[in-house]
Design a binder for this molecule. Structure first.
Ligand SMILES: [Zn+2]
Ligand SMILES: [Zn+2]
Length: 643
């Protein structure tokens, strides 16, 4: 048989040759390093014969093969975990254990009365290390489905029995593959590395509940998560990165900074404390102010609409599962998941002339989306949120200029936060409404707007919204993660569906075009991203407490309160910390709260009318007169300067 290697060289092998034979034919070093082979994109065990039909592309997988190699040993480690767990917990039932992004898991049903927690990891890991030290080969065996069924039935492995029965019933499978390492045998499609010793470094990470087959009607199993790498250094680096991300997790920072929290009484909806509400409102104010400068007008539209509106907008057909529905007096109603239908309807309630265009409606309207509870994630995935949302109704010949203006607005907003963005153009998706020629026109208009300004962008075909193509804006945060922020979406469909018109200069009725745009996106999500990106250190203008006055002892309390009052009068969010704690303790606490400015006041400050200034994360900044400090902070707030 003939194979082609990644560098284009041809390799001639006898029929029936295995992946191991192929690696050996290339070189002895490669044969030793080989973990598996990839044949025409499919990763296979070294021990399996290569398929004989036709020339195939072959790549030998080694430790250096990146994700393919990691996925292999992570799946190996899942088997080793199951082997260890079966030895330590007789009677345990095993279900499935795949490799996932960054690691693996295995789901178990422990015998009645047995609970496994992270406290048991040391013992399990020790047992796993025995299996790795023993260098157990992973041996694949293809057996008749009936034989495999009998085997797992006799072992009371109900989940394996169910899996085999399903394979037979749904896929007409006659034989299944089993993998054995040491005393442990699993029903498994493979592939696996040659032996357990190829797992160089692993760690069990957490325990969680997981329903069998992800269905809440089924039994809750115990899922053990872990990860594996080819070196201790890689593992340590990964764990460190994870630890950093955990410390910066907005779900932790939010409550810690007194901004917001969540409660089971309203899943997926944040409860904002006063400090968090201030942050939220500051962002809304930013959007309002910048919008007003750019010709936007704010509107208010209802929360709840008759199903007829959702039918007109297409949501009833394409988006109903994501909506919260209710009814009143036999009329089906839906809570708005987007502002657009309300804005389109609002536009239709008045006559418009070409002289009014573009009409730019903005509204930080409250939106509800019925996201499955399992996908909710802090502020990043919520059921209740508001966006810096706007809809522009314009004439066709205004599109390019309006899209360009949206991009300018977006870049100006991101500049306030020092964020760099990348642009992506997404075109018509499979699930869509509207005629093909409208899609052609919209896609061409967005492309023209980008190219006229010589903006760089990447193309994502099929990723558009169901009503139109879009330009999305993405940032990379301080942890190297990518987030989508803003979007500009062009839409010929809504104006048709809502029969929107304006009177042209020719006195005839014309159809406007609608542009949907958001820049920060959802305020909730933007705050979550910002908190993690900035490690909770919000810039002064956005910080919920901008300055905190710290009296050294009780007798400086009056002066501290007077300074606080002066700051507040000047529009600076200030607090005085009058607890009977040492000033050192007060400074530490203020640092933890990431308050930008700490004003220490004692005998000397009382006499001179000054404050001793400390900056968060920077320390002592010398004495300064209260008035001078106020001028400085106010100009920082006014300029919305980054910290
Ligand atoms: Zn497996
Ligand atoms: Zn919209």
């Amino acid at each position: 048989m003939e194979l082609e290697l990644p560098d284009g060289t041809k390799l001639e092998l006898a029929d029936g040759a295995t992946g191991a034979d192929a690696a050996a034919a290339i070189g002895a070093g490669l044969a030793r390093a080989a973990l598996a082979v990839k044949v025409d994109g499919e990763v296979r065990d070294l021990s399996r014969p290569l398929s004989g039909d036709g020339p195939a592309k072959l790549e030998v997988i080694t430790e250096r093969s990146g994700d393919d190699a990691l996925a292999l040993i992570r799946h190996d480690t899942a088997h080793v975990l199951a082997a260890a767990v079966m030895e330590l917990y007789p009677g345990v039932k095993i279900s499935i254990g795949p490799a996932i992004e960054n690691g693996f898991y295995y789901d178990f049903e422990f015998p009645e009365g047995v609970t496994v927690t992270e406290g048991d990891f040391d013992a399990i890991e020790a047992k796993m290390r025995e299996h790795i030290a023993a260098d157990e080969p992973f041996v694949r065996e293809d057996v008749a489905a009936g034989d495999a069924l009998e085997r797992f039935l006799s072992e009371d492995q109900d989940y394996k029995v169910e899996l085999i029965e399903d394979l037979v019933r749904n896929q007409g499978v006659h034989s299944v593959s089993l993998y054995t390492n040491g005393p442990f045998t699993d029903l498994c499609r493979g592939p696996h590395a040659p032996s357990t010793k190829r797992i160089k470094s692993f760690k069990l990470q957490s325990v969680a509940g997981a329903y069998w087959r992800g269905d809440a009607a089924n039994k809750m199993l115990t899922r053990v998560y872990g990860t594996a790498f080819f070196s201790k250094r890689d593992l340590d680096e990964y764990l460190e990165r994870l630890e950093r991300a955990r410390a910066l997790d907005h779900r932790r920072l939010g409550p810690q900074l007194g901004l917001f929290t969540f409660s089971e009484v309203s899943p997926g909806s944040a409860f904002w404390f006063p400090a968090g509400t201030r942050v939220f409102n500051s962002l809304v104010a930013l959007s309002r102010e910048m919008g007003a400068e750019r010709g936007y007008t704010e509107v208010k539209t209802p929360q709840l609409y008759d199903s007829s509106l959702w039918k007109t907008s297409g949501h009833w057909d394409k988006y109903r599962e994501n909506m919260f529905l209710t009814e009143s007096e036999d009329r089906p109603l839906g809570l708005k998941p987007m502002n657009c239908p309300g804005h389109a309807h609002l536009f239709s309630l008045r006559r418009h002339s070409y002289r009014d265009l573009p009409v730019r409606y903005s509204e930080p309207g409250l939106l509800h989306r019925n996201e499955p509870s399992g996908t909710l994630h802090g502020l990043l995935r919520v059921r209740h949120f508001a966006q810096d949302d706007a809809h522009i109704f314009c004439a066709e010949d205004q599109i390019q200029e309006q899209v360009a203006a949206c991009l300018e607005f977006a870049f100006a907003t991101y500049a306030v936060f020092g964020l760099d963005v990348r642009l992506e153009l997404s075109t018509r998706p499979e699930q869509r409404i509207g005629r093909e020629e409208l899609w052609d026109k919209s896609e061409a208009a967005l492309t023209a707007a980008l190219e006229a300004q010589h903006l760089e962008y990447t193309l994502h075909e099929g990723d558009g919204a169901f009503y139109g193509p879009k330009i999305d804006m993405h940032m990379t945060d301080s942890l190297g993660r990518s987030w989508q922020l803003g979007t500009v979406q062009l839409d010929y469909n809504f104006p048709e569906r809502f029969d929107l018109t304006y009177t042209g200069a020719d006195n005839a009725e014309h159809r406007p075009v609608m542009i949907h745009r958001a820049i920060m996106g959802s305020y909730e999500r933007f705050i979550g991203i910002l908190l993690e990106h900035l490690a909770g250190e919000l810039p002064v203008w956005l910080a919920p407490v901008q300055a905190i006055v710290l009296p050294i002892s009780d007798r400086h309390g009056d002066y501290a309160r007077a300074v606080e009052a002066r700051l507040r009068e000047a529009g600076v969010e200030a607090e005085a910390d009058e607890r009977t704690e040492s000033v050192g303790r007060k400074i530490r606490d203020a640092e933890l709260r990431k308050v930008p400015y700490m004003l220490v006041v004692g005998d000397r400050e009382l006499q001179t009318g000054e404050v001793s200034l400390r900056e968060h994360g920077k320390g002592d900044a010398g004495s300064v007169a209260v008035g001078e400090f106020i001028d400085r902070v106010r100009s920082e707030i006014r300029a919305r300067s980054a910290r």
